[in-house]
Design a protein around this ligand. Structure first.
Ligand code: ADE
Length: 303
């Protein structure tokens, strides 16, 4: 796939010229948009993923597009974020290569659509391991390898999980865990000069995601449920990430920023629908009087 190297930034070029970042899943989709914005701002970026060939191809393309006088640099490192030793090695490689770790963006993750009742334990564990445990390991090891002594900034990519997420129960549970982990780490690590926040994208159109799902239609179906009446773009997410990493967010930590065109606040008819039923038990108490008790109009039989 051709790599879009046109990403620029609303922030001033050179803003991150002495900074070093790790972006997990930084070779594709949203992760690549984040990487390109950081590169544009002069950052040295280590991108990490399991699929090293695809990662290296993306790194080569982004490297080729860097201006000759840029302070930016990019390095691809193979890392399965589920594996503790590989995460330790990612941090060690970054410190050896660039001397420090200023920023960590936990973007790597994965899931598959499935109703809760059909998620196998293997599928559940895989999604929790990658998204929640992988993020925890990256945070902990960035802390141990560098940030605990020198400070830093972390951004975790989560999802629009505020009302639950039908068909995505495993990943929304994992990301809700990340949201809470973000708050704990913000408190525990403030004395270390570390800020940690989350970004929760709404529906973002990306060519790779459309290819993954085999259609662009599912993206268009989301538009009626978005008050902004359009999809988000990867650059609108990467801008929020860059802001949270920047000194402009120096007093923001433990926070989650929704970048969703207000979709999380709005629930029009026609989205995920719950079929009509009378199966929700009502609160009912024992009584001798038939006219007393927990009768509930529309509820199950009150006797
Ligand atoms: N992206 C999706 N799954 C991943 C994993 N296990 N490690 C790193 N990046 C990933």
């Amino acid at each position: 796939m051709a790599v879009n190297t046109q990403i620029r930034s609303i922030f001033r070029s050179g803003l991150f010229s002495n900074k070093v970042a790790i972006v997990t899943g930084g070779g594709t989709g949203l992760g690549r948009a984040i990487t390109q914005e950081l590169l544009y701002l002069g950052c040295k970026v280590v991108i990490a993923s399991r699929k090293v060939e695809r990662l290296q191809t993306a790194a080569d393309a982004m490297n080729a597009s860097l201006p000759k006088d840029s302070t930016a640099a990019i390095q691809a490192v193979k890392c399965n974020i589920r594996q503790e030793e590989e995460v330790k090695s990612l941090m060690k490689t970054t410190v050896e290569k660039y001397g420090k770790i200023d920023f960590l963006v936990n973007n790597g993750g994965g899931q598959f659509p499935c109703p809760l009742s059909d998620i196998s334990i293997k599928g559940w564990n895989a999604v929790i391991d990658t998204n929640l445990t992988g993020t925890f390991l990256c945070c902990r090891e960035a802390f141990n390898a560098w940030m605990g002594e020198h400070g830093g900034a972390i951004v975790n990519i989560i999802v629009d999980l505020w009302k639950g997420f039908p068909m995505m129960g495993h990943t929304s549970a994992a990301r809700a865990g990340i949201e809470n982990l973000t708050k704990t780490a913000a408190v525990e690590w403030a004395p270390h000069g570390i800020r940690i926040n989350s970004v929760a994208p709404g529906t973002v159109f990306g060519k790779e995601a459309a290819e993954h799902y085999g259609t662009e239609e599912i993206f268009k179906l989301a538009i009626p449920a978005i008050p902004a009446k359009r999809l988000g773009t990867p650059e609108e997410i990467s801008a929020a990430v860059a802001f949270l990493l920047s000194p402009g967010a120096a007093y923001i930590t433990g926070e989650s920023i929704k970048v969703d065109g207000a979709s999380s606040l709005y629930m029009p008819p026609g989205g995920y629908t719950v079929r009509d039923h009378k199966n929700m038990p009502a609160y009912k108490w024992e009584t001798d009087d038939e006219n007393e008790g927990g009768n509930n109009p529309g509820g199950p039989s009150s006797k």
